[in-house]
Design a protein around this ligand. Sequence first.
Ligand code: C2E
Ligand code: CA
Ligand code: CA
Ligand code: CA
Length: 276
Amino acid sequence: SKDQGGGAHNQYEPKLHVHAEERRVMEIALRKALDNDEFSLNYQPVVSADTGGVMGFEALLRWTNPEFGIVSPAKFIPLAEDARLIVPIGEWVMRTACKEAMKWPATVKIAVNVSADQLTDPSFLDMVVSALHDSELPAQRLEIEVTESIFMREGTGATQVLDQIIGLGINLSLDDFGTGYSSLGYLRKTRFSTIKVDRSFVQGAAKKVPESLAIIRAVVAMADSLGMTTTAEGAETEEEVKMIQKLGCSKIQGYYFGRPMASHDALELFKDHNPD
Ligand code: C2E
Ligand code: CA
Ligand code: CA
Ligand code: CA
């Protein structure tokens, strides 16, 4: 259904229906994607704001399907969650990321995104322990990223699982900070290592938007007094990098330093940035 804009509206082909049909077909393809080896991981560098040295990489899932081409995770992750496929897919991500990280120098950390549906699955902790054991990756090199939405799942035991993750020695990061759930109460209860400041604030700060500047300053101060660090997400320009450094975030991630890339390229980038 092509909408050329301003043209007549086709009442017999409601958009919602087309959307649902596409979702249905995509869901069928998604069900076969693991068996067909259609997933891969890209790795994006996270650098020290002070030195520019690479501290670690974030694993980002990619799906390449013969029919749909490259599908954005922003599109297929919600679909995988609805179809209850996120648990097996997430296990593949965790095991693959831990194994890849073992090919890198022992200082390099690997961050893995985990959605609320995965975290509240009863087998989640056992799966993580098993992935660490099988890959022999030390827990201290693994970071698990969750978003604020996790705290909207009351009665699911999510916060207890977070505590158990921390108990294993894994670093916990709070992703997309400032874009979701608005209460800060949970920050008293859960010992995150890192708060990731959403890209929207980074962009705003570089443009000197007073609210963005104030929010980043407040997050940095709050993280500092809670014994947490901050990572600024989505820095693309030199102005953004300079502003982040000035505001005191400890780590930076963004296209300016590197896009998500294949494991081999990630290792090369590490060597370029971290000469010994
Ligand atoms: P996220 O966790 O916030 O990941 C950061 C996203 O921002 C990535 O998009 C990354 O490519 C993009 N990004 C990084 N630097 C820049 C920049 O400088 N400019 C711009 N414009 N974008 C930048 P991506 O890879 O498309 O992933 C989108 C989202 O999908 C992720 O957001 C995450 O929520 C989810 N996701 C990705 N992989 C996984 C996974 O393995 N498991 C789960 N549960 N979710 C995943
Ligand atoms: Ca993330
Ligand atoms: Ca993020
Ligand atoms: Ca995001």
